[in-house]
Design a protein around this ligand. Structure first.
Ligand SMILES: NC(=O)c1ccc[n+]([C@@H]2O[C@H](COP(=O)([O-])OP(=O)(O)OC[C@H]3O[C@@H](n4cnc5c(N)ncnc54)[C@H](OP(=O)(O)O)[C@@H]3O)[C@@H](O)[C@H]2O)c1
Length: 437
């Protein structure tokens, strides 16, 4: 006997919500076959009823009355696509308490309040699906939570933000400045009008927080580990990195090291022949290392209307079948006590790229290398470009000094930087970037 249709509400019919509605209304037969039942959009909630919508819905479906959806017993699944933390958190808790399963793409909310939301879901016997919250159309939540469930994940290296990857690609491939590349990303719709959370690393950090939770069972918010963005990078950093055989990417990384987790999101030099260095444009890529399977890689569109909606649609189908409920009940997330501690920031080790601005006069190099040496930092490569010819030969010129270090701790580097600040011959700007192994 055919199952009755699954009735859903889409809470937020913006960019992604519209994509979800399009998939469900344009491919009803495909959805019915894959779900074993049809899926009906009973309600779609927006703030502004007068805004034009790029999808055709049945009369009476569009509403601005969120309460009527929360209290509608016929709505079995709510798809939260309003975004942000408030009121999305309160709405999601109310939907779960009212007996609805929830699908969400809201990484900010899950990273900060996932523990509360999952506890609420368990209390009311409901399910939360969140495939679209990390890397848009790439099925990474299913990969980590289900397909690689027989493994202990040992490490993740990823490009999780398409906006910054587009900007870095334009700076590398077309020699654009950061500002030019950002402007172009905004024109093409790859960057928001306010791109702060993308370019300062927060968005990637929230996604890495969710992946760390799923892979290692510990709650980590963006405040717990090193997060920096690409907004201070200059074209010259990209060029020096290229000369040295590297590409700069906003790398999200978490690794088990000696039973503890090293975790960071920061612009990182990656050797040009490595897979992640070859991911250009608004794409995402994720390399996972499982103790049984070894390395596994995924890449594809990590954001945008249809790629993100593709992941949401998969979650809706999983709920319609009843598969998501079984998986969710067994997910061991947000435990009271984390099985792994984070390595304190100052203990984490890396190789580094330093771009210093120094006076072009005798002994400066010795002063700089002396400071690094006193902190146990050994140098792998050093480039000091010649100063341009100037008319006034008596003026002291400032030139860049590029240094690649061997592996050292963040604490040693920070101490060396404090000492470099005291040298009269060292000026700003200074750029310090991590170098991937
Ligand atoms: N865009 C992407 O590529 C992408 C990728 C991955 C994940 N996500 C996540 O997906 C979620 C949605 O993103 P989006 O880009 O689709 O956002 P969006 O375009 O800004 O759409 C938000 C929708 O929510 C509605 N809304 C907001 N506050 C509301 C309220 N208080 N009551 C009722 N409706 C409300 C808005 O109504 P109006 O239309 O009337 O303003 C709009 O329809 C976010 O969590 C985001 O992080 C997005």
């Amino acid at each position: 006997m055919a199952l009755p249709p699954l009735q859903i509400a889409i809470v937020g019919l913006g960019n992604v919500g519209t994509g979800v509605a399009k998939i469900l209304t344009e491919h009803p037969e495909r959805i019915r076959q894959r779900s074993g039942r049809s899926v009906e959009i009973r309600r779609a909630v927006v703030r502004d009823l007068s805004k034009p919508r790029d999808v055709k819905l049945n009369p009476g479906v569009l509403t601005n009355d969120l309460e009527s959806v929360i209290h509608d017993p016929n709505v079995q699944v709510a798809v939260e696509l309003m975004g942000g933390i408030h009121p999305a958190r309160e709405v999601m808790l109310a939907l779960l308490a009212a007996g609805k399963d929830v699908v969400t793409a809201n990484k900010a909310l899950l990273c900060e309040h996932g523990d509360e939301i999952f506890e609420c879901a368990k209390k009311y016997g409901r399910t939360v699906c969140f495939e679209a919250a990390v890397a848009g159309g790439i099925p990474i939540i299913a990969a980590v939570g289900q397909s690689m469930a027989g493994n202990q994940i040992l490490g993740i290296q990823a490009i999780l933000n398409g906006t910054t990857n587009y900007i870095l690609s334009e700076m590398l491939l077309r020699g654009q400045s950061y500002e030019e590349a950002l402007g172009q990303a905004q024109e093409l719709g790859y960057a928001e009008a306010d791109p702060t959370l993308d370019v300062n690393g927060t968005d990637a950090a929230q996604k890495l927080g969710i992946l760390a939770q799923l892979s290692f069972g510990c709650k980590v918010t963006a405040a717990d580990f090193h997060v920096s963005g690409i907004d201070k990078l200059e074209r010259t950093d990209i060029q020096y990195a290229k000369e040295l055989g590297y590409t700069i990417k906003l790398l999200a990384r978490v690794h088990l090291v000696g039973g503890r987790l090293e975790m960071s999101v920061r612009p990182t030099l990656i050797r040009v022949d490595r897979p992640l260095a070859q991911i250009h444009g608004p794409f995402n890529a994720i390399l996972l290392d499982g103790d049984v399977v070894g390395p596994v890689s995924y890449s594809g569109r990590g954001a945008g209307q249809l790629p993100t909606a593709s992941a949401v649609a998969a979650d809706i189908i999983d709920l319609a079948i009843g598969r998501a409920q079984l998986t969710f009940a067994c997910l061991d997330l947000w435990r009271e006590k984390s099985p792994f501690e984070l390595v304190p920031l100052h203990e984490a080790t890396s190789r580094y790229f330093l771009r210093l601005t120094v006076e072009d006069r005798p002994n400066v190099l010795a002063e700089v290398t002396g400071v690094l040496g006193r902190h146990g930092i050994s140098l792998a490569t050093l480039i000091q470009p010649e100063a341009p010819e100037v008319d006034d030969a008596s003026a002291v010129q400032r030139v860049p000094l590029i240094i690649m270090t061997h592996r050292t701790s963040a604490g040693s580097l920070a101490a060396a930087e404090r000492e470099l600040d005291q040298l009269a011959a060292v000026h700003s700007p200074r750029m310090v970037l991590a170098v991937a192994d």
